[in-house]
Ligand binder design. Structure first.
Ligand code: FES
Length: 75
């Protein structure tokens, strides 16, 4: 395994341990939930505040699911 592959592998393992949802911006599940609890109930707002899904965008469905889940808890 080359240095680059090793680096990527280590970053992925660390991200899983830290509960990172958005790999590009290293935004965790916890940070997204905190943003929702602080009153950011819409995806665009959470994106602006946390930076989640503001690069490749592949994590957007996961971020949206977390927002919905957190909103349900608050009802
Ligand atoms: S993984 Fe979130 S923007 Fe790329």
């Amino acid at each position: 395994m080359g240095k680059r592959e090793l680096y990527i592998e280590q970053r992925l393992q660390q991200a899983q341990q830290d509960g990172v949802v958005c790999l590009c911006k290293q935004v965790s599940d916890r940070k997204i939930r905190k943003a929702v609890q602080a009153g950011h109930r819409r995806f665009v707002s959470v994106k602006r505040i946390t930076g989640a899904a503001s690069s490749c965008g592949l994590c957007q469905p996961f971020v949206e699911d977390i927002i919905e889940e957190e909103k349900k808890k608050m009802r």
